[in-house]
Design a protein around this ligand. Structure first.
Ligand SMILES: Nc1ncnc2c1ncn2[C@@H]1O[C@H](COP(=O)(O)OP(=O)(O)OP(=O)(O)O)[C@@H](O)[C@H]1O
Ligand SMILES: N[C@@H](CCO)C(=O)O
Length: 359
């Protein structure tokens, strides 16, 4: 086999943007980057298991066993759905991560997309964007983060209603979709995982005004998406649903207009479906979103919870420091420290071959 070195680069994402719970996502300029080395091997040499190294965000907690790590487990799932049972011998992956874990900036979505792209490259599967998304959606069941991480930009997506057989395939527990152990553990399901139905997710990319930047105000504590989803109700009033639908319809076009209209966008980024229920998990959230406004902070367009939180996302054309420092003061009253970054909206995931320089 010919040796190959390639990189996979996946952006962070902010989901929901206020009213678009589980619907819209935005790709942002923090990245998860894998450098993958597939060595040349001869058929006679003994099988060498994968080796993983990792630096950056999450380095103290991420598993470096390829059968436990989220990215490599997803890659193995994709490979096994295509009858490729093993990672290639001697596979080496270095991950460099800028996306903080459990903060509402799509770290798990990025890890899943990196895994799907890794499986696609290692198996030389040549899957379409739509098919890559099907695999990602078998693992992360809401489409907002993974779609934006894959295709980039400001993206809206929905999950297709599946027929009975396909819904059954798409509702298999994650532990079964993602094999955790190598082949010799004797687990049959690990060899024949459920193949995703075709066309689970569909998306469209909205316009984005280039003057708009994203200020990510990142509290120094983790909140798992599972916990932040656990506090949400299962039923909503018609009034609250209409409130969100009206705002989302306006927001998807308002963020593409030049110049952007702060009054229109500030109101259009309000939400009644998830933020009110998550405030108990994020002390200071209602104060930050209600007291930082376009009137008090010129340049601000709108402010919301990023994904499942605890990060706050402020969209703005100017005045970034004042927005972030005033949010810091409010969080400090709750004994919460923050970091903040001004981020750009970026393109989607990329795979690049690294061509060795000739001496
Ligand atoms: N690069 C990575 N490699 C392996 N596992 C990861 C990686 N990034 C994230 N994870 C896993 O995902 C978990 C965080 O996922 P979670 O869905 O709770 O938050 P998030 O994706 O950062 O936020 P949100 O979904 O709200 O944007 C981490 O604790 C870790 O287990
Ligand atoms: N839409 C999801 C995004 C987090 O992954 C949520 O808010 O729970």
């Amino acid at each position: 086999m010919v040796p190959r070195v390639f990189t996979i680069r996946v952006p962070a994402t902010s989901a929901n943007i206020g009213p678009g719970f589980d619907v819209v996502g935005l790709s942002l300029s923090l990245h998860l980057t894998l450098t993958v080395t597939v060595p040349a091997t001869s058929q006679d040499s003994p099988y060498q298991p994968p080796s993983l190294t990792y630096s950056g965000e999450g380095a103290d907690e991420v598993p470096l066993d390829a059968y436990k790590n989220l990215t490599t487990r997803v890659a193995l799932y994709v490979l096994r759905c295509h009858q490729v049972k093993y990672f290639p011998s001697g596979l080496a992956i270095h991950t460099k991560n800028e996306i903080p874990f459990g903060r509402g900036l799509g770290s798990s979505g990025a890890a899943v997309i990196a895994g799907v792209l890794l499986g696609n490259e290692l198996g030389q599967l040549n899957l379409s964007t739509e098919r890559l998304l099907d695999f990602a959606l078998m693992v992360e069941r809401h489409p907002d983060n993974v779609t934006a991480a894959l295709v980039g930009g400001f993206v809206g997506s929905y999950l297709k209603e599946l027929d009975e057989e396909a819904s059954e395939a798409a509702s298999v527990p994650l532990s079964e979709v993602l094999p955790e152990y190598p082949l010799d553990a004797g687990e049959d399901w690990g060899l024949n995982p459920p193949v995703p139905p075709f066309g689970i997710g569909h998306f469209v990319r909205f316009g984005w005004s280039q003057s708009i930047k994203a200020v990510a105000i990142i509290p120094r504590f983790e909140l798992s998406t599972a916990k932040a989803r656990g506090v949400l109700p299962t039923m909503y009033s018609r009034k609250d649903l209409v409130f969100n639908l009206q705002r989302l319809a306006v927001l998807t076009t308002a963020l593409a207009q030049s110049p952007p209209d702060p009054e229109l966008i500030y109101e259009a980024m309000k939400d009644r479906v998830h933020q009110p229920y998550r405030k108990a998990l994020i002390p200071g959230l209602p104060e930050v979103t209600s007291s930082i406004t376009p009137k008090t902070h010129p340049g601000l367009l709108g402010i919301c919870l990023s994904g499942a939180g605890p990060t706050i996302l402020a969209l703005a054309t100017d005045g970034f420091e004042a927005i972030a420092e005033d949010a810091r003061t409010i969080f400090k009253e709750q004994n919460i420290e923050i970091d903040w970054k001004v981020l750009e909206v970026v393109g989607g995931s990329m795979v690049h071959d690294v061509i060795a320089e000739t001496p």
